[in-house]
Design a protein around this ligand. Structure first.
Ligand code: MN3
Length: 235
């Protein structure tokens, strides 16, 4: 997402829910180039599928840390605040070597988590519709087979990372996973849905049972947002 999209999201989310988010960081909005976007829903909105404490720590601590680190990195590499996020992630070799690894980790983390919060919603539709649904059927056979492929990608990721349904350079749907905070851009792809399989995303509720977490996560996927992501990726 570019900075303009991010700001639009911030404005929309702030109007949507006065209770969400982190007042301290919102106050800093005008002074810092990177800001933590509010969730757009309450920490307990995704219960019982994603628990309140996990949402709170994940957003207010983990995501906030990536944002804070980025603001520190801007001092070392001012272009970080000027270039579109997608552009930097798509071409990391253009990032100065001295800051490349922290930019990769923290900008990837910021992009991935912003995408992830927007992709979840309390009580949305349980299945995709329209073009995305047709593309899933054409590519995987049916919705359940796509879900199985995403789950396998998430379970197959050793250690920390993400599992994605994305659109590749060939404009076709594909399931893949990334390590750490690498984003779909780094694979030359665009995300449609993505599930965080770092332990911090599920350990409080599910402990080591990553499979149970992925099964529960399907209940909170915002398929309208996924359809919009698909439309953008295939445009
Ligand atoms: Mn995470």
């Amino acid at each position: 997402m570019n900075r303009r999209d991010s700001l639009k999201f911030l404005a929309g989310a702030a109007a949507f829910a006065g209770t969400a988010g982190v007042p301290g960081l919102n106050r800093a909005l005008a002074q810092t180039p990177f800001t933590l976007p509010p969730l757009g829903y309450a920490n307990d909105a995704l219960e019982p599928h994603i628990d309140t404490k996990t949402m709170q720590i994940h957003h207010d601590n983990h995501h906030a840390a990536y944002v804070n680190n980025l603001n520190g990195l801007v001092e070392k590499w001012p272009d970080l605040a000027k270039k579109p996020i997608d552009e930097i992630l798509s071409n990391l070799s253009a990032t100065p070597e001295a800051v490349r690894t922290p930019v990769r980790n923290n900008l990837g983390g910021h992009w991935n988590h912003t995408f992830f919060w927007e992709l979840m919603t309390p009580g949305g539709s349980s299945k995709p519709s329209g073009d995305l649904n047709s593309a899933i059927d054409a590519t995987f056979g049916d919705f359940e087979k796509m879900k199985a492929a995403v789950k396998a990608a998430g379970l197959g990721r050793f250690g920390s990372g993400w599992a994605w349904l994305g659109v590749g350079k060939d404009k076709k749907l594909a399931v893949f996973s990334t390590a750490n905070q690498d984003s779909p851009h780094m694979e030359g792809a665009k995300g449609v849905i993505g599930v965080d399989v770092w332990e911090h995303a599920y350990y409080l509720k599910h402990q080591s049972r990553r499979a149970d977490y992925i099964d529960a996560w399907w209940n909170v996927v915002n398929w309208d947002k996924a359809a919009a992501n698909f439309k953008k990726a295939t445009a």
